[in-house]
Design a protein around this ligand. Structure first.
Ligand SMILES: [Zn+2]
Ligand SMILES: [Zn+2]
Length: 366
């Protein structure tokens, strides 16, 4: 086990991230120290840096990661699925630990709403032990209670990190709350990782056509190359009326059976309500940060007899399901091609790339 590890720290909002170094603590019972191979860069990290989420700083960033076990605390002998866990094993882990005791954990059984949910790379302060609690670091300390999953041959680290957050987010929102049915016409708004993951899972479920609406052009080109979506509409090339006309053309004039919003842009929700057919379903999945209100016409929800649903984050169980389905996704889509790697020392460049959408999925590599 290394004695010290470098880590990328968000010290202040709207400021570049800084590289720091901390001693690596030996794992307590039930905990593990993992040498990070890839730390994912998520849209949430961009929002954290901009101060759009109320967190306490300083924080080691990185709520998505994969790596190799460097040390195991007493009693930690198996992963979340019961497979034996040994030094050197490649693993992924769920970003959050729900308390298991609050109303949402125990009574409502909606652990993503847990009142005391602890999230690596977001809600842990660098200055309180065990310090190294983000994946943008040489090592991460995984506390007792973390859901750790050993990765097999069909789950390469590059593939698992490609949809590190987006995959389990879609497993929760789409597969569990609004599962697409075979032959349904689905519109996915957004070509970021969540949008691409939604399109992939919808295609696996047999939805057709899967229509991805998004930008920039290079993301849509990558989606096209990987076979993500049956049709891709570029919002920089088609205005809102042209997009609506094209969706109707592709759906027998009625509109989509299911619209999945994965943009984070409030106005997209009104467009989704327009694009869905009467009696259809709308899943609002992309509004993770508060960008304020937007005009919608609620009459359309009644008149069109719509089901509108939201979905917040993902639980450890959704993460396990994501990792289990990575081999299925990979049979059809080259997940590894989504990632663009940046060294740990260039974490700020990785954040900038995620902000501009110049890359499909930025990852930092210690
Ligand atoms: Zn995330
Ligand atoms: Zn709880």
């Amino acid at each position: 086990m290394p004695e010290a590890a470098r880590c990328v720290v968000l010290e202040a909002f709207d400021q570049p991230v800084a590289l720091d170094e901390r001693p690596v603590a030996a794992p307590e019972p039930g905990a593990a120290v993992v040498a990070v191979d890839f730390g994912g860069v998520c849209g949430t990290d961009v929002h954290l840096q901009a101060g759009r989420l109320p967190i306490s700083l300083p924080v080691v960033l990185g709520h998505e990661g994969v790596g190799r076990v460097a040390a195991l605390g007493e009693g930690l002998e198996h992963d979340a699925l019961g497979a034996p866990l040994r030094i050197g094993d490649r693993v992924g882990w769920a970003s959050s630990i729900a308390c298991g005791r609050c109303f949402y954990c125990r009574d409502a059984q909606q652990p993503t709403l847990c009142e005391r949910r602890r999230v690596y790379g977001i809600t842990r302060r660098l200055d309180s032990p065990p310090h190294l609690t983000g994946a943008w670091a040489d090592t991460i300390y995984l506390e007792d209670g973390t859901t750790i999953v050993r990765l097999g041959e069909a789950q390469p680290s590059e593939a698992v990190i490609a949809l590190g957050c987006a995959g389990p987010t879609v497993v929760h929102g789409l597969l569990h709350r609004m599962p697409p049915r075979p032959g349904e016409a689905i519109v996915i708004q957004g070509a970021g990782p969540v949008g691409l993951a939604a399109a992939m899972y919808a295609q696996l479920a047999g939805a057709r056509p899967a229509i991805v609406i998004g930008a920039p052009a290079q993301r849509l080109e990558l989606a096209s190359r990987l076979g993500v979506g049956d049709e891709r509409l570029d919002i920089d090339a088609l205005d809102i009326a042209a997009r609506a006309a094209r969706v109707r053309e592709l759906t027998g004039g009625r509109g989509a059976d299911l619209v999945v919003e994965c943009t984070g842009v409030p106005a997209a929700v009104a467009e989704g309500i327009d694009l869905v057919r009467p009696g259809g379903r709308v899943l609002v999945l992309g509004q993770y940060t508060d960008h304020g209100p937007t005009p919608i016409n609620p009459h359309l929800i009644t008149r069109k007899h719509l089901s509108v649903d939201g979905s917040w984050a993902f639980s450890a169980a959704h993460y396990v399901e994501y990792v289990r389905t990575v081999p299925l996704l990979r049979e059809r889509f080259a997940l590894e091609e989504l990632i663009t790697a940046f060294p740990l020392t260039r974490a700020q460049d990785a954040l900038d790339a995620a902000r501009t959408g110049n890359v499909a999925k930025a990852v930092v590599v210690p």
